[in-house]
Design a protein around this ligand. Structure first.
Ligand code: ADP
Length: 495
């Protein structure tokens, strides 16, 4: 049953850590404030963990991995637990959505239309994989004897999972799904800005029947709780989503214990619009590409490349569409765009708008300022006259700011599109299949969308080239990141 209404913030109940199936304060009793971006007010005080709490979580996760019901559970039963969790998320969708809106500031329509269904389907998809994670039989050389050789996939072990604040529930699901399907145990460190829905997911996981210690949640800051997880010798793998600069720190800190690492990082994704494109479709797609989720999307289409001959037509329509977006109360189902997640992000986006106007000297055709005087809202912003070497074309802003650039031809645009440290995603808008494939082949990016943007499915791999990451989330590729391959040679003794 749902407990929260769609139009009002829910009561915050869970603020502690989840360790070994029990809720507990941080050992130090320290807490940190978590905010509601739409009001800028504190909504809860959450356990602020350090090394000691991480250590307790690692002990619980190790014990659950090596003995106890999880270690003996059949793969099929692990899958059933994920199905059950999916069902519980569906059943509690209103409450979860309401909590996500409260803590993240995104609009309720998007949470219910995108985040929740994707969370549910992610758990189902990986639940389906649990009993299909198989090895191979290998036809090895028989000149030295008669051998039977096979491989099997075993869990990596205790997995530390450090997630960001832009899709708090979905990022938890992307991390838990493949890890649990493969039989690992996990310690999730939610972003300090948005811990609330992960805690409710943890409670639902307990209700679903995951044994104690299989799913642990340790709240706190990156530099304390996150850092302790990365350095802990009892953690076998770190899966991280966030900024590449943080990934560099994690990589260095994980070196001593030689942890397995997967990263899903940022982007400066190009959206390429050819003159022959369906212009209205391209405008709608580019809008979704950059303004969805307040632009707080790692694969946001933040560089919009438009062929010279249709530049003015495109910009005219793009501006009109951006100005039609409704900003405001994220609990209103009619709202398109909510608040940026934090004061820090709000200031960062405004700083980049200032750089665009004054340092890069690009033209701000719409937006370029905050919306209202309460909370952390920023108007959809479009810059034209942008060159690819400008800061607003190269640095990740992570907000509702589009940089529009011109291009001459296919060769020119592929070169410009690839002139970035990132390689997470790209889009191309054209009616010419040859051009579409040429861009899809030419851009060095983990996902390419042709005449669409931001389509996601748990079955479709997602991840980055270059500074945008390593490894893949979703799809069967995610399973390789959470399993070790064991090769077994058996001497059949026939010779
Ligand atoms: P942002 O700056 O957008 O918040 P980050 O990459 O800093 O992005 O944060 C993503 C996640 O990484 C958060 O959960 C954060 O707490 C965590 N984090 C930040 N710094 C570290 C660190 N040094 N070690 C481990 N985790 C960290």
């Amino acid at each position: 049953m749902t407990t929260a209404t769609m139009s009002s913030p829910p009561k915050v109940r869970l603020t502690q850590n989840l360790i070994d199936g029990k809720w507990s304060d941080a050992g130090s009793r320290a807490t940190f404030d978590t905010f509601g971006p739409a009001t800028g007010e504190v909504v809860a005080k959450v356990a602020s963990s350090d090394k000691t709490d991480v250590d307790a979580a690692v002990k619980a996760a190790r014990a659950a991995l090596e003995c106890g019901p999880w270690s003996k559970m059949s793969a099929r039963d692990r899958g059933k637990l994920l199905f059950k969790l999916a069902e519980l998320v569906e059943r509690n969708a209103d409450e979860l959505a309401s909590l996500e809106v409260l803590n993240n500031g995104k609009p309720i329509g998007e949470v219910k239309g995108a985040d929740i269904p994707l969370v549910v389907e992610t758990f189902r998809y990986f639940g389906g994989w649990a009993d299909k994670i198989t090895g191979d039989t290998i036809p090895v050389d028989r000149s030295m004897g008669d051998f039977f050789c096979y491989t099997k996939r075993e869990p990596v072990g205790v997995c530390g999972q450090i997630i960001p604040w832009n899709f708090p529930m979905l990022m938890a699901a992307w991390k838990w799904g493949p890890a649990l399907a493969c039989g690992n145990t996990v310690i999730l460190k939610p972003a300090e800005q948005t811990p609330l829905t992960a805690l409710r997911l943890g409670e639902l996981a307990m209700e679903a029947g995951f044994p104690p210690g299989v799913i642990n949640i340790v709240n706190g800051f990156g530099e304390t709780a996150g850092d302790a997880l990365v350095k802990h010798p009892g953690v076998d793998k770190i899966a991280f989503t966030g900024e590449y600069k943080t990934a560099q720190i994690i990589m260095r800190n994980a070196a001593d214990t030689l942890k397995r690492l997967t990263f899903e990082l940022g982007g400066k994704s190009p959206s390429v619009i050819f003159a022959d494109a369906d212009m209205d479709l391209a405008v709608r797609g580019s809008m979704a590409g950059i303004f969805f989720n307040q632009g707080e999307v790692c694969c946001a289409g933040s560089r919009v490349f438009v062929e010279e001959s249709v530049h003015d037509e495109f910009v005219g329509k793009f501006k009109v569409a951006a100005e039609k977006r409704r900003l405001g109360d994220p609990y209103d189902v009619k709202t398109h765009q909510g608040a940026q997640v934090s004061k820090e992000q709000f200031d960062k986006v405004l700083k980049y708008i200032d750089i665009g106007k004054n340092e890069d000297k690009a033209t701000c055709v719409t937006g370029g300022e905050r919306f209202g005087d309460k909370g952390w809202f920023i108007k959809p912003t479009i810059f034209t006259g942008v060159r690819n070497d400008m800061r607003i074309a190269q640095e990740e802003i992570f907000g509702p700011v589009a940089a529009v650039l011109k291009f001459k031809d296919l060769h020119d645009v592929v070169k410009q599109a690839n002139t970035t440290i990132y390689g997470l995603a790209a889009a191309v808008w054209t009616r010419d299949i040859t051009k579409a494939f040429a861009v899809a082949d030419g851009v060095r990016a983990g996902t390419v969308w042709v005449n669409c943007y931001n389509t996601f499915d748990p079955a479709a791999p997602f991840g980055g080239y270059k500074f945008s990451g390593q490894g893949r989330e979703n799809g069967k590729d995610a399973l390789s990141a959470y399993s070790e391959v064991k090769t077994v040679w058996v001497n059949l003794g026939k010779r």
